[in-house]
Ligand binder design. Sequence first.
Ligand code: B12
Length: 594
Amino acid sequence: MLDRKDILPEPELPKGVELVSEGQGQARDWQVGPSAFLTHTGHRSEAEFKRARAASARIMQHAQMGFRDAGKSRRAYAEIYERCRQQGATVDRYGISLDWSMGYPAERRDTRFAGTGLVLNGPEDFAELARMAPVAAHFGDFVLGFPAAVENTRAALSAGSTSIGNLGQFFTFRLPGWDDDVATARATVTALALIAAQKTEVLVHSNLDDGFAALFTDTACSLGAVLIEKHIIEDLIGAPLSHCYGHHFTDPMKRLAFHLALGRVSDTPGTMVYGNTMAYRRDAAGNFASLASYLLTDIIGQMAAPTGHAINPVPVTENVRIPDIDEIVDAQCFASRLIEHAGGLLPAFSLEAATAIADILVREGRRFRDRVLAGLEGAGIDLNDPFEMLLAIRRIGSRRLEELYGPGRKDEARPRGRAPAVASPTLDEIEELAHSALAEITSETRGHIAGAGLSALIATMDVHEHSKLLVEQVFGELGVTIIDGGVSVDADDLAAMAAETGADVIALSTYNGVALEFAQALLGEVEKAEIHVPLLIGGRLNQIPRNSNSSLPVEVEDELVEAGAVVCRNIADAALALAKLAQEGSTAREPRRP
Ligand code: B12
């Protein structure tokens, strides 16, 4: 059972109604400004444009862009549109990949761990970008859901953006060194109210995969999350909410079913369907097959039940690093041609099976919403206060919500103690990866590790959690004791945990293009704590060099080795390192724990 005193223990918290009124007040000074897109299309908002396009059965295209260098980003904004146009493809909207350092208020912006994205300093920078081509600018990541939500939303509005934010990130993302989730929730509610108070229709965007969908084991919970968010954003704050999904929707049938289900529970036009980036595991040729597979599913979905979502052809280099301009153009032209090829294909598809799954998603998603709302009310959370609702849900987290209120029947053998109504493929995929990783480890290596009594502190320094789950599973099977080092953890906290727990090794995943800076900071903290603990590091081991003019990250594996870390390209590398440690341990030291 949940209890308010465990979730919101603070004696005084801001009142949602006051934050909403503050946001509404700001709408007097901050309104939707002009943009090349609105002028060119003659529509008042992207939502209006989307409705018109969907009514005429035109499938729209989304491109994700935003390089660290602002000049390159402006050039890309114009060039991608123009080069696609010359090849007969239309890019309708850009998702702008802002850097995670944009989440801090400008005066407290922490650039120590600047990632791979774009940093814009104030409204004029936003507007200058959106002026470069008649493409709808969607300022999404690191806008809503962060301490800088209000200032970023104002800037996006004044640049003529009418799809804003990524509310999904509010629920799961944490900025390095930032612990004040009350300030984050306060800024988010105020910014949402500012959006709601616009005279022009402005869509609040929420990417479910950035939120809880990446971690729910039941896809019905993801549909339930849509309904809960709609209650908070549409019913309580009054802004139209538009959902995006896709990264983790690997099974084509369930992907199509989710599209049909979403269309049934929402009549707000969708922003975009995200690419199935989890499927990108190979080289370009293999990834093109994944691209074709999910795009065709999304195209058929839009033909069968238009929702206004743009399709999103993700460049095939996505699993290596952030893609460059040529790669984005190629993917857009590929998608445009695929739409042409798919022209007469719809009658060849029977939607019966997908519709049957959609029925379950809608029914069980509603059940999840009802159970969560009843549970929150029972715990003493005010269901009519958007601030309390958002903060409470963030603090409870996806795991607990699913364990307590998931619609699936109880089954202690399953990861959340429930048999999912519609199983999400993500955890199954991680399990498969774990099995194949284990199969690669020789019995000799296993023998060394087993029985050595090793313990590993396993963590990630950003939101990417799948590798952590994978490493935990494999290490566990190898007989290593697992210590949870957390997600989005800071270097000093992790070193302190290593000292406190006496872990034999730290196993860290890092993906956000800050591998070297973070490893150096962590190793510095480990030294300060006067402990000797090896660091195994994996993920995307890259970083944008400080003097780079390409805005693309480069690999830093050699530098990491030089700094003293053990680079793990895969799990097998880690197994060898553990075996070595076990052997050294058996000769050089006594076991540290009973
Ligand atoms: C899933 C995903 C997400 C999900 C994460 C969901 C979750 N809760 O885990 C979501 C959608 C939330 C997300 C968000 C972001 N993402 Co992301 N994401 C990915 C994606 C698609 C897959 C990564 C993954 O989990 N793979 C599964 C694991 C199991 O496989 P793997 O990565 O190959 O790992 C293997 C090895 O590396 C090794 N390994 C990994 N770690 C470790 C650790 C140890 C100790 C060991 C031994 C081994 C090991 O084991 C694995 C098996 O061999 C990649 C692209 C891709 N296709 O790879 C981008 C990617 C990693 N993301 C990226 C970015 C930029 C982001 C965002 C900043 C985007 C944004 N603007 O919001 C945010 C992060 C914000 C934050 N606060 O941290 C970039 C990183 C760019 C770079 N460094 O060059 C990538 C490469 C996409 C891209 N091209 O832009 N992301």
